[in-house]
Design a binder for this molecule. Structure first.
Ligand code: NI
Length: 183
């Protein structure tokens, strides 16, 4: 397994629509393992292909917060929301591609997601709570959408400027700040 480097906003790859996964070979399993390892190491609770420059409709997530509980790594290829609740829920979101920036985003509280697992088999499940927030955030990444796109243009610009500054600093001295609980 290999830790992949995570792209930081702004980056044109984070604004593109990713292509469907069509190859369910060993290569897919390997890249999914890399993505999970990269997500856990960050640490984060979700990661989408475009965040490592992989322009495929592939996401990984594990929203188990309890350290005592067993992990539940999920790999979803071609995920689609097939149902969303009318009830909405706000959550202070972050993103591994926008380190240390958080803002409340309101999304459907519950969603049903259909996806293909690493073997290509179709799965469907209903998610609520943090899982619902996370899976919607990750699917947005596959459509070139970031959580800051839900904010006002002014807030978005402020965060983008901070990220540009962070990227300049990182390029200069290679410091990598520790991200927290990010999606
Ligand atoms: Ni994200």
């Amino acid at each position: 397994m290999t830790l992949r480097s995570i792209l930081i906003h702004p980056d044109p790859r984070l604004k593109k629509v990713a292509d469907p996964v069509t190859d369910f070979s060993e290569d897919l399993r390997r890249v999914a393992e890399d993505m999970l390892e990269t997500m856990y190491a960050a640490p984060g609770i979700g990661l989408a292909g475009p965040q490592i420059g992989l322009m495929k409709r592939l996401i990984v997530l594990d929203c188990v917060k309890d350290r005592e509980a067993p992990p539940r790594p999920l790999v979803m290829a071609n995920p689609e929301i097939t149902w969303a609740s009318e009830e909405r829920r706000g959550y202070e979101e972050g993103c591994l591609s926008i380190p240390e920036q958080y803002a409340e985003v309101t999304r459907p509280a519950e969603v049903t997601v259909r996806w293909q697992d690493v073997t290509g088999a179709v799965q469907e499940e209903e998610f609520s709570g943090l899982w619902a927030t996370c899976v919607q955030h990750e699917i947005d990444h596959l459509n070139g959408k970031l959580f800051i796109d839900y904010l006002t243009p002014l807030k978005r610009q402020l965060i983008t400027r901070k990220m540009e500054k962070l990227k300049r600093e990182r390029a200069r001295d290679g410091i990598r700040p520790e991200p927290r609980d990010e999606l």
